[in-house]
Design a protein around this ligand. Structure first.
Ligand code: UGA
Length: 442
């Protein structure tokens, strides 16, 4: 079986590498010549643990290849996967499908024999149908089916999510396509991964419903964290207390600075639009979006409060710019809003992140970029942890105390224990848990 993967972004590259790991021949297609040349030479354009080794092994075995020649790859493929970007359209929250339509047209021109065309990108309900219409219009002679096969992988653990998924969702309307898709996922089938076959529209909606539900859990727990702060309760115990109820589940109940990344913000906004366009407004998802936007905007105020109400002229160490650990992705990261606010309020901001600084440098000005967490803390009035990278979990607290002007730590990811921080002599402010003073001052 031969697969052509159109688009070598996150989903495209990871999926292609993993399918080739299953033993399938995959050709990755991208129109950006430089990207393809880089991939052929073994340069992986994104940071994702394990991806470089997987790409290298499968490239060496010849199962994974890269090209800019879409026509050639598509004409030889049994399955063509569309994994092009669907960013938020400017101004209105709709997913921008221009790349999808352009890819569908190019694919239409190139298919030969019976071909299954699969959407891997997150696309609004009905997109599969429209792709089908485009191809039929351009190539009335073509023999094809369109399938929706959304991806549920997370950045930072994408390989594991792909190779050991909770489920696979496949939306289709033809037995012939079902046969091919079953063969494609055979290695997972053997491992007893649930594979859910639905119609195309349902599969498209499952993707949005999954992401918005997870985002809802996060906005919900963030609101409960606010309540904990005013009531003097502890959000981590609340999350555990509700999460152990199997109907609720423990995952995605970590309170924090709000969700970011290339998926939740975009997909929640898109679902709001889809619901409105179909005269079925989603009040819940609307609120999720609003709660998250407000939250990101409010976070810098907590740092100001920790500095007795003013940060003008003060020095602030910021640890973390990526929207989560184990990625170099900074898209819609809460850290960006926080850093910008701090700069506007007159602070001297010193930033460190293990992987995200290259990208961040191109969009953030007026900060000092540091090469270690400790360097950022030299003579700072306060240190703030915004992304929970592992290397921030075991910082040398004694060293930090010597570096900082004042022992103030603001932890937006709750990775330290308040009692321990108090013992170590810190003013420690976290999310949804009581603030603590240095033990000596109690
Ligand atoms: C998300 C979904 O988790 C994947 O299943 C999906 O495939 C992917 O979007 C996508 O649509 O492509 P991802 O954006 O990589 O994956 O990252 P997540 O781990 O879901 O985190 C998203 C944001 O939520 C991060 O900013 C993270 O810090 C935040 N988050 C997550 C919390 O604040 N609390 C939590 O408990 C969990």
């Amino acid at each position: 079986m031969k697969v052509a993967m159109i688009g070598t972004g996150y989903v495209g590259l990871v999926s292609a590498a993993c399918f080739s790991e299953f033993g399938i021949n995959v050709t990755c297609v991208d129109r950006i010549d430089e990207k393809i040349r880089g991939l052929i030479e073994g340069h992986i354009p994104i940071y994702e643990p394990g991806l470089d080794a997987l790409v290298e092994n499968n490239t060496r075995s010849g199962r994974l290849t890269f090209t800019t020649d879409l026509k050639d790859a598509v004409s030889k493929a049994d399955i063509v996967m569309l994994a092009v970007g669907t960013p938020s359209r400017r101004g209105d929250g709709h997913a921008d499908l221009s790349y999808v339509w352009a890819a569908a047209e190019e694919v239409a021109e190139s298919i030969n024999n019976y071909t299954v065309i699969v959407t891997k990108s997150t696309v609004p309900v009905g997109t599969g149908e429209k792709i089908s219409q485009i191809i039929k219009r351009m190539r009335p002679d073509a023999n094809f089916d369109v399938v929706s096969n959304p991806e549920f992988l997370r950045e930072g653990s994408a390989i594991d999510d792909f190779l050991r998924p909770d489920r696979v969702v496949v939306g289709l309307d033809s037995d012939r396509a079902k046969e091919l898709m079953s063969a494609l996922y055979r290695p997972l089938f053997i491992r007893e991964t649930p594979i859910i076959f639905t119609d195309t529209k349902t599969a498209e909606l499952i993707k949005y419903a999954a992401n918005t539900f997870l985002a809802t859990k996060i906005s919900f727990i963030n609101e409960i964290a606010n309540l904990c702060e005013v009531l003097g309760a502890n959000i981590q115990d609340v999350a555990k207390g509700i999460g152990l109820d199997g109907r609720i589940g423990e995952k995605f109940l970590n309170a924090g600075p709000g969700f970011g990344g290339s998926c939740f913000p975009k997909d929640t906004r898109a679902l709001v639009r889809i619901a409105e366009d179909n005269n079925t407004p989603s009040h819940i998802v609307n609120a999720v979006v609003k709660v998250n936007e407000d939250r990101k905007a409010q976070m810098s105020g907590r740092i100001v409060a920790a500095c007795d109400g003013s940060i003008d002229g003060k020095s602030i160490a910021v640890l973390g710019v990526t929207f989560k650990p184990n990625t170099d992705d900074i898209r819609e990261s809460p850290s960006l809003d926080i850093i910008r606010d701090l700069v506007v309020r007159g602070a001297n901001v010193k930033v460190y992140d293990p992987e995200g600084m290259e990208e961040a440098k191109s969009i953030i000005d007026d900060v000092t970029w540091c090469s270690t967490a400790y360097e950022a803390m030299v003579d700072a009035n306060v240190v703030t942890i915004i992304t929970e990278w592992n290397e921030f979990r075991a910082l040398d607290l004694k060293r930090i105390k010597l570096l900082l002007k004042e022992p103030i730590l603001v932890d937006f990811r709750n990775i330290y224990r308040p009692e321990e921080m108090s013992e170590e002599g810190f003013y420690y402010y976290s999310i949804g848990r009581p603030d603590v003073l240095p033990k000596t001052e109690k």
